[in-house]
Design a protein around this ligand. Structure first.
Ligand code: COA
Length: 163
C-alpha cells in the first residue's frame, strides 16, 4: 500500500466515502454530510497545519481508504475508513499501519495517538488492537465508546527516526 498526502482533487472522493452509510454509522455525528458543508470543511482541513490527511493507494494505484490525524497539543486523534467495495481485504490494517509510519515521518514528533471507536465497531477495534493500541481503562464514562491510547507507538516512531 502506498500512502500519499490528500490533494485538493480528493475533495469529492472524501465526501463520497464520508457519506457511505456504514461510515456515518461509525461516526459520532451520524447525519449525512451536505456537499457545500463538506467543501468548507475540506478546504479548512487542507490548510490546517494541525491536520495530516492521507490516502492509501493499492497495488493497482487505486485509492482505497483515508486516514486523518488531528493534532491538539501532544495528542493526534485519528480517523480512518476504507472504501465500501474494498473492505475485508486487509486494506484497513495496512492503511492504518502505513499511515502512522508516514505521519511520524512527516512530523518527526512522538505524538500520542488516540482513537475513539464505537464499541460495536468490531473491524476497527480489531485493527487498533493488532497495531498495538491499548484500550484506555480508566475512563468509566466511556459507555458505547472505546478509547485507544493516547499513546506513542514507539515501534513505528523508532523505525522512522532511524531511516
Ligand atoms: C473499520 C474498517 C476501516 C475496516 O477495514 P477493512 O479493510 O475491512 O479491514 P481489514 O480487512 O484490514 O480487517 C482487519 C481485521 O479486522 C477484521 N474485521 C474487519 N471487519 C470486521 C467486522 N466488521 N467484524 C469483525 N471483524 C472484522 C478482519 O477479519 C481482520 O482480521 P484478521 O486480521 O484476523 O483477518 C472498515 O470497515 C470501514 O471503513 N468502516 C467504516 C468506517 C470506520 O468504522 N472507521 C473506523 C472509525 S475510527
Amino acid at each position: 500500500m502506498r500512502i500519499r498526502a490528500v490533494e485538493t482533487e480528493d475533495c469529492r472522493l472524501l465526501w463520497e466515502w464520508a457519506n457511505d452509510r456504514s461510515v456515518r454509522a461509525s461516526a459520532f455525528n451520524g447525519k449525512a454530510i451536505i456537499w457545500r458543508n463538506h467543501i468548507d470543511w475540506f478546504f479548512n482541513k487542507i490548510q490546517d497545519s494541525n491536520c495530516y490527511q492521507y490516502i492509501g493507494m493499492n497495488d493497482d494505484g487505486r485509492p482505497v481508504g483515508q486516514v486523518r490525524f488531528d493534532i491538539a497539543g501532544e495528542i493526534a486523534e485519528l480517523d480512518f475508513s476504507v472504501s465500501m467495495n474494498d473492505r475485508g481485504k486487509g486494506y484497513g490494517h495496512q492503511l492504518l499501519l502505513e499511515s502512522i509510519k508516514r505521519f511520524y515521518k512527516d512530523t518527526g514528533f512522538p505524538y500520542k495517538l488516540l482513537g475513539r471507536v464505537k464499541r460495536m465497531n468490531s473491524g476497527s477495534r480489531k485493527i487498533f488492537t493488532q497495531l498495538g493500541f491499548l484500550e484506555k481503562k480508566d475512563v468509566s464514562e466511556c459507555g458505547e465508546i472505546v478509547i485507544y491510547g493516547p499513546m506513542v507507538l514507539d515501534a513505528f516512531f523508532d523505525i522512522e527516526k532511524s531511516d
